[in-house]
Ligand binder design. Structure first.
Ligand SMILES: Nc1nc2c(c(=O)[nH]1)N[C@H]1C(S)=C(S)[C@@H](COP(=O)(O)OP(=O)(O)OC[C@H]3O[C@@H](n4cnc5c(=O)[nH]c(N)nc54)[C@H](O)[C@@H]3O)O[C@H]1N2
Ligand SMILES: Nc1nc2c(c(=O)[nH]1)N[C@H]1C(S)=C(S)[C@@H](COP(=O)(O)OP(=O)(O)OC[C@H]3O[C@@H](n4cnc5c(=O)[nH]c(N)nc54)[C@H](O)[C@@H]3O)O[C@H]1N2
Ligand code: SF4
Ligand SMILES: [Mo]
Length: 713
């Protein structure tokens, strides 16, 4: 490797190349960055990256904006009566230590809570040190964005396969039939399916004679590229999945394939599904029984097939049932752990088999949350209940909080109320890159380094990738001024809270050790070898490996765990008995993602937000006509928890009766430091979502099918 490759940016006139993995979303695109005199000349997709093969999206190019952004925090800040004051790290730590400990001494350990957000999952250092940091806080009151996202996937894997991280991944590159439920990978670039350039991969399915069917209340960008799109009323996918499985049993289409002797509880599943015939659920879904039966037959008949359910299916009142039945459908059609079906990765950094994750007993339901008795899972309570835990007085009330890389005021249900709850805390700390809608409530903000300032190896998303690869990227830039890498902050806070000295390790040390000890012994990997291959190393397509990785106590695949069977009664009641009338809220709200933003935090890049208002409400032409609103006009949208006014965009992408508002917006607060984002503020869809509406089985937030009323303004 040339000495000019992958060095830290310097004031050299030579044009240098830096290779890295983009860590904004799950796609893990390989990037080539040309730089000179410490300035970036270009950011392009790396054609030699074995996974992404040159794919890049606008957010990869915007990595430079997040580095150059003058609104980034550069010093620890303390809130004072006369505004934000810069303080030293020493003073910040001293105050945090004494306030957290004081509050815990007076009110108990659980009076301190933590919230950790999505960027932690995209950051090597954070992942390697966050558990120790959270443990040092000695509190059960932990929360994260997982319970506003993919929690039902983990709970399903936990009960069916013995480990919540053993998540089946669609083998998109070899499948013949793909059923996509509640995912829009063309825009999201794939989730729990790291598949950069998913559009090309979809085209390849079609080129080999396969078919893609999308089930979504909106004719999405992905639906437009598929072979068939089926509209479904939001929040009811559990019924569709149940009816598909009912059909497999009813028509004798079940084929368990090579896993047959390892699968248990098939009879219990058949009994559980007996009550959900296509003919029964058809009207509630607005999908004909014939169509449901046809879909089941097509899945069963395809040479290989996958049902891939994501965000739109997991953030429902029956998100838990949806993800369980998705796995069950893949198993019953013989597509589990099979080429072209739902497969399992063998990542070089294999925390499932050789890290602390191995054989970790499930903590599901070990505790119940204080106010609403919601289940604890993976060391956390559901984010939907944090506001109640702060606002409800009594023993165990949350009085202090630390957030790390999270913006729950915009990202969690009824975020506005959560913000109000934050303002009532005795003490709050945030570790973040911005002064934003959440961190503005903190008493102290600690400035993190991010993106190009960090070295990276994707510890999480290699576990969810459609191909096994390995790649390490060093940092391109150093932190600016007093910024610090999150992992260093985590270590320092952990030492402060636990009184135990720092172990002196680095992320690179752990990475090297983990890949050397990987059970795959993949290509005899070492950190040095990764450094010598800056575009990454290909470890090949996914292989059949479930029986080696399965972690259930009895070594079996549990297709019908009891808690899911028990939840079917709730499902039946919800849609077939005392169906609550929604007359005051006749529309159903869903959210959407957009190519030029990632959740709530990339909107301060001008490149990403310029142009027409991105934060519009999509509505079907017939609905717009009956409400007397047209594109460009404003409408007032109200739910049980709040109301917003928003620009209308009439679109026949929408199913009648359903409207869509993008997630991640609402930066219109006066007291943040987001000058670009505030110009293109939009509204927060989570000022409409209701935190009391959750999937009680998993504790996951509900974002699909929120009842709303709409008035022209
Ligand atoms: N550009 C971009 N990419 C991103 C992100 C981003 O913010 N922007 N965020 C990243 C993150 S954190 C995640 S978790 C992933 C998520 O990635 P995806 O799971 O692909 O999520 P979405 O793009 O939100 O797609 C969800 C789809 O579900 C549909 N939907 C809503 N309700 C229902 C329902 O009740 N039933 C059905 N069948 N469909 C429904 C919506 O219309 C939408 O098309 O994306 C990641 N990638
Ligand atoms: N209605 C609705 N709500 C949703 C969704 C939806 O589809 N609809 N999607 C949900 C999903 S899938 C998710 S994952 C959640 C996301 O929810 P969150 O994780 O709470 O939201 P993010 O926007 O990812 O917040 C990231 C925060 O981290 C900061 N940050 C960015 N990089 C770094 C870094 O390197 N270090 C540190 N310390 N801070 C950093 C940003 O400034 C920002 O404050 O939102 C959920 N909310
Ligand atoms: S698709 Fe995701 S990983 Fe690829 S460049 Fe865009 S944000 Fe980065
Ligand atoms: Mo997410």
């Amino acid at each position: 490797m040339s000495a000019t490759i992958n060095t830290i940016a310097t004031d050299s006139n030579e044009v240098l190349k830096h290779y890295r993995t983009c860590n904004v979303c799950e796609a893990m695109c390989g990037l080539v960055i040309e730089h000179q005199n410490s300035k970036i000349l270009s950011i392009k997709g790396d054609k030699d990256d074995p996974l992404s093969k040159g794919h890049i999206c606008p957010k990869g190019v915007a990595l430079q904006d997040f580095y150059n952004d003058p609104d980034r925090l550069t010093h620890p800040l303390k809130k004072t009566d006369s505004g934000w004051e810069k303080i030293s790290w020493d003073n910040a730590y001293e105050e945090i230590g004494s306030r957290f400990k004081g509050i815990q001494e007076q009110h108990g350990d659980n009076a301190l809570a933590s919230y950790v957000g999505n960027p932690n999952a995209h950051n090597m250092g954070n992942l390697l040190y966050i558990s120790n940091f959270l443990r040092s806080l000695k509190t059960k009151n932990r929360y994260s964005s997982a319970s506003a996202d993919q929690l039902p996937h983990h709970v399903a894997s936990n009960f069916m396969l013995g480990n919540g991280m053993l998540v089946p991944i669609p083998d998109i590159d070899r499948t013949d039939f793909m059923l996509i439920i509640g995912g829009n990978p063309i825009v999201s670039n794939g989730s729990l399916m790291t598949a950069p350039g998913v559009g090309k991969r979809m085209k390849a399915i079609q080129a080999r004679g396969g078919r893609i069917v999308v089930v979504d209340p909106r004719k999405t960008e992905t639906a437009l590229k598929s072979d068939e799109h089926i509209f479904i009323r939001p929040n009811r996918d559990a019924l569709l999945l149940a009816a598909l499985i009912h059909t497999l049993f009813d028509e004798g289409l079940v084929q368990l394939g090579h896993l047959e002797t390892s699968i248990v509880e098939v009879d219990a599943l058949e009994n559980g599904m007996a009550d959900f015939s296509p003919e029964k659920v058809s009207e509630v879904l607005t999908i004909s029984a014939a169509k449901i039966r046809e879909l089941a037959r097509e899945m069963a008949g395809a040479k290989s097939a996958i049902c891939y359910s994501r965000m739109g299916a997991s953030t429902q009142e029956f998100g838990g049932v949806c993800l369980w039945l998705t796995n069950a459908l893949n198993i019953l059609t013989g597509n589990f752990d099979k080429e072209g079906g739902a497969m399992f990765t063998q990542p070089a950094f294999d925390s499932l088999m050789s890290g602390p994750g191995k054989g970790k007993p499930s903590t599901y339901g070990r505790y119940k949350s204080r106010v609403h008795s919601l289940p604890f899972y993976n060391g956390e309570f559901p984010i939907s209940t944090l506001a109640d835990e702060i606002l409800t007085e009594g023993e165990g009330q949350v009085r202090a909080l630390i957030t790390a890389a999270g913006n729950p005021v915009l990202s969690s249900p009824n975020g506005k109320r959560l913000g109000e709850a934050f303002s009532s805390l005795d003490f709050m700390v945030s570790i973040d890159v911005y002064l934003n809608e959440t961190t503005k409530y903190a008493d102290i903000i600690l400035p993190a380094a991010t993106g190009l300032q960090l070295s990276h190896y994707d510890v999480v998303f290699n576990q969810f990738s459609v191909r096994n690869t390995a790649k390490y990227s060093p940092a391109l830039y150093k932190p600016k001024a007093e910024q610090r890498e999150d992992w260093k902050i985590f270590k320092q806070l952990a030492a402060l809270m636990s009184g135990k000295p720092d172990d002196g390790s680095t992320p690179e040390f752990i990475l090297d050790m983990m890949i050397k000890n990987s059970p795959q012994k993949a290509e005899s990997l070492t950190l040095k070898k990764l450094e010598e291959n800056p575009s990454g190393i290909d470890l090949g397509p996914l292989k059949q490996c479930l029986l080696e990785r399965l972690q259930t106590e009895d070594g079996k695949i549990h297709i019908a765990p009891e808690l899911y069977i028990d939840d079917l009664e709730r499902l039946n009641k919800r849609f077939f008995e005392n169906r609550a009338s929604q007359e005051s809220y006749p529309f159903e709200l869903i959210s959407r993602r957009q190519a030029r933003s990632h959740n709530t935090w990339t909107q301060n890049s001008y490149r990403l937000v310029k142009g027409k208002n991105p934060c519009t409400m999509l509505i079907h032409p017939d609905d717009a006509q009956s409400l007397n609103v047209a594109t460009g006009q404003s409408a007032k949208v109200s739910s049980t928890v709040g109301s917003v006014s928003i620009e209308v965009e009439v679109s026949d992408e929408m199913m009648p009766g359903v409207v869509s508002i993008p997630q991640g917006w609402g930066h219109n607060h006066d007291d943040t430091k987001l000058s670009v984002a505030a110009n293109q503020a939009g509204i927060s869809v989570n000022d409409l979502t209701d935190a009391s509406n959750i999937d009680v089985l998993t504790g996951n937030a509900v974002f699909s099918g929120i009842p709303v009323a709409i008035l022209a303004m």
